[in-house]
Write a protein that binds this ligand. Sequence first.
Ligand SMILES: CC(=O)N[C@H]1[C@@H](OP(=O)(O)OP(=O)(O)OC[C@H]2O[C@@H](n3ccc(=O)[nH]c3=O)[C@H](O)[C@@H]2O)O[C@H](CO)[C@@H](O)[C@@H]1O[C@H](C)C(=O)N[C@@H](C)C(=O)N[C@H](CCC(=O)O)C(=O)O
Ligand SMILES: Nc1ncnc2c1ncn2[C@@H]1O[C@H](COP(=O)(O)OP(=O)(O)OP(=O)(O)O)[C@@H](O)[C@H]1O
Ligand SMILES: N[C@H](CCC[C@H](N)C(=O)O)C(=O)O
Ligand SMILES: [Mg+2]
Length: 487
Amino acid sequence: MTQLKDILYKVSINAVVGNTTTSIDKIEFDSRKISQDDVFVAIRGNVSDGHDFIAKAIDLGAKAIICEEIPDIQVNGITYIVVQDTKSALAIMASNYYNAPSENLKLVGVTGTNGKTTIASLLYQLFKKAGFKVGLLSTVKILVDTKKYQATHTTPDSLTINYYLKEMNEEGVEYCFMEVSSHGIHQKRTEGLVFAGGIFTNLSHDHLDYHNTFKEYRDVKKAFFDELSSNAFALTNKDDKNGAFMLQNTKAKQYTYALKSYADYRGQILENNLEGLLLKLNEHEVWTKLIGSFNAYNVLAIFATAELLGLETLETLRLLSDLQSVSGRFQYLISEEKITAIVDYAHTPDALKNVLETINDIRTNNETLITVVGCGGDRDKMKRPVMGNIAAKLSNKAIFTSDNPRTENPDQIIEDIEKGVEPQDYKKTLSITDRKQAIKTACQLAEKDDIILIAGKGHETYQEINGERIDFDDFKIVKEELEKLNK
Ligand SMILES: CC(=O)N[C@H]1[C@@H](OP(=O)(O)OP(=O)(O)OC[C@H]2O[C@@H](n3ccc(=O)[nH]c3=O)[C@H](O)[C@@H]2O)O[C@H](CO)[C@@H](O)[C@@H]1O[C@H](C)C(=O)N[C@@H](C)C(=O)N[C@H](CCC(=O)O)C(=O)O
Ligand SMILES: Nc1ncnc2c1ncn2[C@@H]1O[C@H](COP(=O)(O)OP(=O)(O)OP(=O)(O)O)[C@@H](O)[C@H]1O
Ligand SMILES: N[C@H](CCC[C@H](N)C(=O)O)C(=O)O
Ligand SMILES: [Mg+2]
């Protein structure tokens, strides 16, 4: 049992009603998970307000309530702590509860629109190969060194983050790489964590349903760097037009990387083909199996981070050339009929454009490029026509289909995508709502040497329709469909 007052250390408190020397069992922010002697933190969400569930939490055994507004009717024997912001309070309490686990390892956060999973996962791989015990918190999975857990978010809630960091401490993990999403920063999921460093990748159109304006989205990302301490490093992509802005008010030591301008870590693409990339990183040449010019940025950021964390340069270069691509990120196969299928998680206009430009750069143009793509439901609607426009323009054929429709009508989403197609590209497009059928059609249309890109879902092994997750794996399906063509 922990004392309530101990986990309130550093929480900015407005008022206390009741006793803080009471001992508590655990912290919960969902009333449905409360059991005897827990602390309930009431959070105002997008759908409901945790304050409405305070009475329910007390019924279930909550001993203390952390809230922004004290309920009119207070229950005897219950401790009420009024704070300015319960999301912040939750994050600080979570860190206290698990004994500040981020301070016992070197935690590096990666933020930006695209490339977070790639960079964090490859840093995990690189430091593992260098012989360290490593942790990873990513969209794809959570790793406590070799122990694997399912990820539900890109950046989990603060209780979950600290729970896994604590487990990493127990496992003797020395480095942890985590993705820091804009939702995560905005919802204070990362507050109170001590970061050894932060990396900025790039900023482009996404999540404007949640953040309202691009400026708001940009400012949220910047807030992550504002919070870094003077002991940390802040590494930014100087080629991105918001790269310098991110570091404007940070106390951290600043470093830059770039392909197009002068920077602390400079990169140059010497070769770029379907086998990989030959890069010049500062004065060193390195070969990587990663494909696509955008990966040059990722490799450069990884190189810089390894250096900043003190890895030996030649060792880093050797390990870089050994890295394997991340699942669902430009994952590809070549069928017996010599059809290339690429599965990629590009689910933003910028990522889709990058992937298509990469394919167009390395193809011979005698073949047909068929793109299968959709957009997720209950997410940013503005990106749909833009992605439709890009898919049609940069491919020979585009098949619009469903991504994760969630609670939306998939045909409506497809209509939104179609709206972005320019008249001269109309004849290149077709729409097939059923994603499996769309992939199958692409396989049937493809001939020898053609390329099929299946974008949007990458590593995901499900399709979410009306709150239900049905088994669905782009890579598995395209592989099966291409094999069927041989029979
Ligand atoms: C839009 C969004 O980010 N929502 C997150 C938010 O949920 P919410 O605000 O809707 O919560 P709510 O349902 O209104 O509930 C408010 C509070 O009341 C509590 N409650 C609710 C009901 C009840 O009976 N009792 C109770 O106590 C809830 O536990 C909660 O604390 O807080 C929840 C708890 O932390 C999150 O799980 C949830 O993520 C949802 C599932 C989600 O889909 N989030 C996505 C958009 C997301 O976060 N994505 C980013 C990556 C984006 C990217 O970069 O690509 C990520 O980091 O994963
Ligand atoms: N540095 C980069 N710049 C632009 N596009 C990139 C970059 N790295 C990866 N991509 C593209 O973006 C897609 C998503 O990459 P990744 O999963 O690494 O990003 P993410 O930031 O983790 O995304 P999410 O916000 O969904 O977690 C990839 O499949 C690839 O198409
Ligand atoms: N982390 C992103 C993933 C989007 C993936 C795409 N397949 C979709 O479902 O929209 C999100 O939750 O918005
Ligand atoms: Mg990710």
